[in-house]
Ligand binder design. Structure first.
Ligand code: SF4
Length: 237
């Protein structure tokens, strides 16, 4: 799997290859079980039930790094943050920021396009309870690392959604940029900012999960501030 990720020549090749990954037995079993049993509201739909590739432009200046697909969101629709409440919040914010052509993301063929932005997850398969194990995170890392390597020429800023994504970024520094990660690691927080040489800037943002958005821990205004900052750092109008 590591070799296959490293061989990917472009994003289309990478997206196709990751969609056929079976490296994590627990996650393969879970994603397929969810796709078989389905949520009642989606009983008539065909679930994707496979790893979910990144989404967005190949010349992205802004990267958005999430945790993993949602069982009935990306694992159902085949597109990251698509078809769930987290995606509703994220794409509404991207639309307000002028980085998405529409505020909703409901299906892979809904016409959504991004500008200067690509979204990807640290782990590409939906995990039980949204909690991948450290071993699963490490097994999946080559897909993320190759994706970042392919957009490296334009990538200027990465927004890490949550502490898991924040932690998943440091190995990218080493493997993709040849940069030694800072020690001790900067602590994750909403609005946290790490800036190094020869690597993209890193911004922390609370995850757009329902636990955060329903409780008011993460508000639309807070998201607007993060994406305004990301655009400014990335030189996006
Ligand atoms: S989580 Fe990543 S490495 Fe594991 S099976 Fe899914 S795509 Fe493959």
């Amino acid at each position: 799997m590591v070799a296959r990720a490293a061989r990917a020549t472009d994003l289309a090749d990478l997206d196709g290859a990751v969609s056929n990954c079976f490296a994590c037995p627990r996650l393969v079993s879970w994603r397929e079980e969810v796709a078989r049993t389905k949520r009642a509201a989606f009983r008539e739909q065909h679930y994707w039930g496979r790893p979910v590739p990144g989404f967005g432009t190949p010349d992205a200046r802004i990267g958005i790094l999430g945790l993993a697909p949602a069982a009935h969101g990306g694992n159902r629709t085949g597109r990251i943050f698509t078809g769930d409440r987290s995606g509703d919040v994220l794409f509404a914010a991207l639309h307000r920021a002028g980085l998405a052509n529409q505020p909703t993301s409901v299906a892979a063929d809904d016409g959504l396009t991004l500008r200067d932005t690509r979204i990807f997850a640290a782990v590409r398969c939906a995990p039980p309870d949204n909690k991948p194990t450290p071993a699963e995170r490490d097994t999946c890392a080559p897909w993320l690392h190759r994706e970042v390597a392919l957009i490296r020429p334009t990538l200027r800023v990465v927004v890490a959604l949550g502490a898991f994504a924040w932690a998943a970024w440091w190995p990218v520094l080493r493997d993709v940029y040849g940069v030694r990660p800072p020690s001790p690691r900067p602590v994750f927080g909403h609005g946290a900012h790490w800036s190094g040489t020869a690597a993209p800037e890193l911004l922390g943002c609370y995850h757009v999960s329902q636990q955060n958005t329903f409780t008011g821990r993460l508000t639309p205004l807070m998201l607007d501030d993060v994406f305004a900052r990301a655009k400014q750092l990335a030189g996006v109008d």
